[in-house]
Design a protein around this ligand. Structure first.
Ligand code: ADP
Ligand code: TRP
Length: 404
């Protein structure tokens, strides 16, 4: 029997104070939180500063960003009386439970996290692989697939390697491929050597954030779904090993808007972590918003239709933002723009984004001018969070056999 810290269903999600939140954070996450807080018995929204410092942050601006991110959450409609809003590092149980969960997590599962692979450069290596000749690429793929499927048993793996070598010999380009693979390995090792270990253990801290509050659902953008699934795996493993302790959480993705793309490069997600002209910051002025949207990448077509095919991602992205912010159906939107061109869509979308963001921006200013109020809200949130977190942490320690 799980010792629930409290009764009812809990929704929980976090955001890093690693820059100024952008439109993707709002559309995919924060605006959804505001809706969900009323549908659950408990709603918990930490500003996850310990996650932000997995990449270097300027100590002088980190605290400002933490206040600003809090102000943005509140200005977007999160009610601090109903929801618990707090700063992660104010509740020490997050770091403590993280350690306990680190002893349950495996190097393999953490190494498979897409965000880690992106940041450690493994994803870049994939693009090097793409540049290989057709034949080498084929051989390389076979090698990888066979190794992956046999990782559990060393003998099987060795046998697979012999088979792969025979296949590669048949492809006649063995020396070239071997050189390439060696180079690849060296490059990967170099990158990993220099990488902060926090980027590797990052999802374990996130699992601690979630499991401490026995969260049932975790609304996130698509990029974070895999991390929530890891939290599920860790909860299940811990429960199996030590007895029922944690609620197993579910990721919850918004039907539309879980992946807003960069306006200039619709192949990558909009992110505050690499903010450029393709990223609308929630603090951008109307002029800047208009400029960024008018410059958004589109294609040479003219049909304003929802259709996320290759080469049309740009327009689809603009339409998705329009849909989530306007609350209209696809049919209504397509009908509305039936006789219009991309320029009209961009102009109307700019005005819609400005209309949505300007009241939020006014609220943000209000909160930022009243740090005392922000501090009061965060202190109250940390106290409420700490009570729940301490209970779960004590239970987890007890189950493991630590003296509490
Ligand atoms: P960022 O990637 O901009 O640094 P965070 O990692 O702090 O943002 O993300 C906070 C929340 O916003 C997460 O739930 C994340 O999945 C969501 N999110 C981030 N970028 C996008 C996007 N482009 N579209 C939809 N949701 C997003
Ligand atoms: N890792 C998430 C991100 O990069 C932020 C996060 C930290 C989070 N802890 C969380 C999200 C707990 C949901 C639940 O966006």
């Amino acid at each position: 029997m799980i010792v629930l810290a409290y009764m009812g269903k809990t929704v929980l999600s976090g955001i890093k104070p690693s820059g100024i939140p952008q439109l993707g954070n709002y559309v995919g996450a924060i605006s959804y939180w505001a809706e969900l807080q009323n549908k659950y018995d408990h709603a918990i929204f930490p500003v996850v500063d310990l996650h932000a410092i997995t990449v270097p942050q300027d100590p002088k601006v980190l605290s400002h960003q933490t206040y600003l991110t809090t102000a943005i959450i509140l200005a977007s409609g999160i009610n601090p009386k109903k929801s618990i809003v707090f700063v992660q590092s104010d509740v020490p149980a997050h770091s403590e439970l993280m350690w306990l969960l680190t002893t349950v997590a495996t190097m393999g599962e953490l190494g498979r996290m897409t965000q880690y692979k992106d940041k450690s450069g493994t994803a870049q290596l994939d693009s090097v692989e793409k540049a290989l000749s057709e034949e080498l690429r084929e051989a390389y793929k076979i090698a990888h697939a066979q190794i992956d499927t046999n990782t559990s048993n060393v003998d099987d793996m060795a046998a697979a390697l012999v088979k792969i070598q025979a296949q590669l010999k048949a492809k006649s380009d063995l020396p070239k491929l071997q050189r390439y693979m060696l180079l690849l390995k060296l490059l990967e090792e170099r990158r990993r050597d220099r990488m902060g270990a926090g980027l590797f253990t990052y999802p374990v801290l996130m699992a601690a954030d979630i499991l401490l509050y026995q969260a049932n659902v975790v609304p996130v953008g698509e990029d974070q779904k895999q991390h929530v699934e890891l939290a599920r795996d860790l909860a299940e493993r811990f429960n199996k090993r030590f007895g029922e302790t944690f609620v197993v959480p579910e990721p919850l993705l918004r039907k539309e808007g879980a992946r807003i793309m960069d306006l200039l490069d619709p192949a990558k997600k909009m992110s505050k972590s690499d903010n450029d002209n393709g990223c609308i910051l929630l603090t951008d002025s109307p002029e800047i918003i208009r400029k960024k949207i008018m410059r958004a990448e589109t294609d040479s077509g003219h049909d304003i239709k929802f259709n996320p095919v290759i080469d049309r991602e740009g327009v689809h992205n603009l339409l998705t933002i329009y849909k989530v912010l306007s609350g209209k159906t696809e049919a209504q939107i397509e009908k509305h723009f039936a006789k219009s061109g991309y320029g009209d869509l961009k102009r109307e979308l700019s005005e819609l984004v400005i209309a949505k963001l300007s009241p939020i921006q006014k609220q943000i200013d209000k909160y930022m001018k009243n740090k005392k109020l922000l501090e009061r809200i965060l202190n109250d949130g940390a106290q409420r969070a700490d009570k729940i977190a301490q209970k779960t942490l004590a239970e987890a320690k007890k189950k493991i056999g630590l003296i509490t």
